[in-house]
Design a protein around this ligand. Structure first.
Ligand code: DX5
Length: 221
């Protein structure tokens, strides 16, 4: 189990009409970073938001901005997301042909270089680039939509990745995203995740953002 755990809300499930206010309450609730799910309608079957929203968030918060590019050929956009204020830029192993080059490119721009991996992709696909990654994001659901249920077999994948990271690049963050809520966050952390993205369990109609973040933290124990 990781010694310290960072929690960041995904703005995918936030009230986008009031995004500034939503970020303000999330920040006051003590979240550690803000996660942006950038979707192009090609790599994933949904379209979300892009560079202007990243730039607007940069003006609204000093928290790290964690941009995950669920887009085809992300290498064409990493510079622009860095310019728009992203501190961590994650590309998908499945959509980035020259992944090694792109991760180096992200690092050279001064951002944390991340790679994300879909549920159906074996961990072997990222083994060769692990030494140059600042973070690996394991998708616990198939990407595209908030509010889905965590795929239980992904917990073992997180466990196996924890061992790989400890052996080959212990400073690399192990991030997870998809279906995380108070009832399962402890299992995800015990499996080895240290950086947790949460969408609908933070931004929803039932709880305040501060109660939601407190419930997640207390569930970790
Ligand atoms: C899927 C999305 C979601 C989202 C989090 O591509 O990336 O995982 O950020 O939403 P919840 O926590 O509702 O699954």
């Amino acid at each position: 189990m990781a010694s310290s755990v960072a929690i960041g809300p995904s703005i995918m499930t936030a009230d986008l009409l009031n995004l500034g206010a939503q970020i303000e309450v999330a920040e006051a609730a003590g979240v550690d970073f803000i996660h942006l799910d950038v979707m192009d309608g090609r790599f994933v079957p949904n379209i979300s938001f892009g560079l202007p929203v990243c730039a607007a968030l940069r003006r609204a918060t000093s928290l790290p901005l964690d941009a995950r590019l669920m887009i085809e050929q992300p290498e064409h956009y990493v510079d622009a997301f860095r310019d728009a204020g992203a501190d961590r830029i994650t590309v998908h192993v499945e959509s980035c042909l020259h992944l090694h080059r792109t991760l180096l490119q992200i690092g050279e721009m001064g951002a944390v270089a991340g790679v994300s991996i879909n549920p159906s992709t074996p961990l072997g696909a990222i083994e060769e680039v692990l030494p140059i990654c600042g973070q690996v994001l394991v998708m616990l659901v198939n990407p595209g939509f908030g509010g889905q249920s965590l795929i239980p077999s992904m917990l073992d994948k997180v466990r196996r990745l924890r061992s790989m990271i400890d052996a080959r690049n212990p400073r690399c963050l192990l991030e997870v995203d998809g279906g995380i809520k108070p009832s399962n966050i402890k299992r995800v952390v015990e499996a080895g995740a240290d950086t947790i993205v949460v969408g609908s369990a933070i931004f929803n109609d039932e709880d305040s953002v501060s109660d939601a973040v407190a419930a997640l933290r207390s569930a970790i124990g």
